[in-house]
Write a protein that binds this ligand. Structure first.
Ligand code: DAH
Length: 361
């Protein structure tokens, strides 16, 4: 028994000559045929006779062509031909044991073809390098600390020994929040040092990665926002030698053991003494090139012993505790690591650039 066959299959209406009616009828038949089930050989044969046999539906409908107006004959012919192919395909499906809803398209899926792979994202180079820096310092016991990007003047400047009108404030061009002149976008991650020291949990050994902002003209070497990692170690009897050894370790882990290091005296209001640390140029190996401006050295960070006034500003006894601090730009380290020549590439979101950086971290 063939299920779902309409009793109207035979004896088509004489009005069929109207195209709309022909369309409507065919749609109706198609639905029935699609839903028809034939489980046994006999039922498949019944389907064939009913639809494709010499007195079947397809033949009958084809016979109706003579009633179609001449102007519509071509269109109707195409329609009926498509219908015939549809019935034949359904017949083939039933013969092959396919049940309703298993459309021709689904049956045509070739399971031996390779699948379509999902496009994988890649980590941003700044994140890759930031994670590497965190991992190196965490092996020395440094924990990660974070602070707000919108800071107040005290945490960003005053507590770090930059009193109002101090000329050192000119070193950093600041974005102020227009609704409150006491608020600003932090110019460095040194503000996080202050927040952590205020908590009074000593000894303290932290690194603070994060985004900072400065009112600078955007160029290949400068941007109005970039990323820093600050380091801070406060305990009893911390010395400059501890600072040097920590930074040596960092450089060796980050750039390899062949890289040389040197410290130059410098000035920061929040450290005394202060220094800047250079590494031998990774491009020319120290012989002199454009990247190191023919000096053989590139500066990578500022550092020093935390100024006693800064400790006192945070309620720490500077007679009992000493500490060192350092701060570096992540973009700088990334540019050196991957030989990227333009800082703007990091914030342009061009996937042709970003896709080149692959890392598991
Ligand atoms: N805050 C400095 C800057 O943004 C970097 C720095 C220098 C941080 C010396 C320090 C330090 O902790 O001791 O340029």
């Amino acid at each position: 028994m063939v299920y779902g066959l309409s009793t109207m299959v035979y004896g088509l209406s004489p009005y069929l000559c109207a195209m709309e009616q022909l369309l409507a009828q065919i749609d109706q038949y198609k639905k029935e045929i699609k839903e028809s089930i034939a489980n046994t050989k006999e039922e498949v044969e019944e389907f064939r006779i009913k639809y494709l046999g010499s007195k079947g539906l397809v033949k009958t409908i084809m016979g109706e062509m003579k009633n179609v107006a001449v102007a519509q004959k071509k269109e109707a012919g195409q329609l009926l031909n498509d219908f015939k192919i549809f019935v034949e395909e359904r017949f083939d499906e039933l013969k092959g044991g396919s049940q309703p809803n298993a459309t021709t398209k689904a049956a045509a899926i070739d399971l031996s073809l390779p699948g379509t792979s999902e496009a994988m994202g890649t980590r941003h180079p700044i994140s890759i390098v930031q994670n590497k820096i965190i991992s190196i310092f965490s092996r020395l016991g440094f924990a990660v600390a974070e602070g707000p990007e919108i800071e107040d003047d005290w945490h960003n400047f005053s507590a770090l020994n930059l009193p109002e009108n101090h000329p050192a404030r000119d070193m950093q061009d600041t974005f102020y929040i227009s609704t409150n002149p006491d608020w600003l976008l932090r110019t460095h991650t040194s503000s996080v040092q202050i927040r952590e020291m205020q908590k009074g949990r000593l000894p303290l050994r932290i690194i603070c990665p994060g985004r900072v902002y400065r009112n600078e003209t955007i160029s290949a070497r400068a941007h109005c926002f970039f990323n820093q990692v600050e380091g801070l170690y406060i305990a009893e009897n911390v010395s400059f030698a501890d600072l040097k050894q920590t930074l040596y370790f960092f450089v060796q882990e980050m750039f390899g053991t062949a890289v040389k290091v040197r410290f130059r005296p410098s000035y920061f209001p929040f450290t005394e003494p202060s220094a800047e640390m250079d590494i031998s140029c990774l491009i020319c190996g120290g012989t002199g090139c454009n990247v190191c401006k023919k000096t053989g050295w590139v500066e990578i960070l500022g550092c020093g012993m935390v100024h006693p006034k800064v400790l006192e500003n945070c309620g720490i006894d500077s007679n009992k505790y000493t500490g060192f601090a350092f701060g570096m730009g992540i973009e700088r380290i990334t540019m050196l690591s991957y030989q990227v020549k333009d800082l703007r590439l990091f914030s342009e979101n061009d996937t042709r650039f970003l896709n080149q950086f692959v890392s598991v971290t």
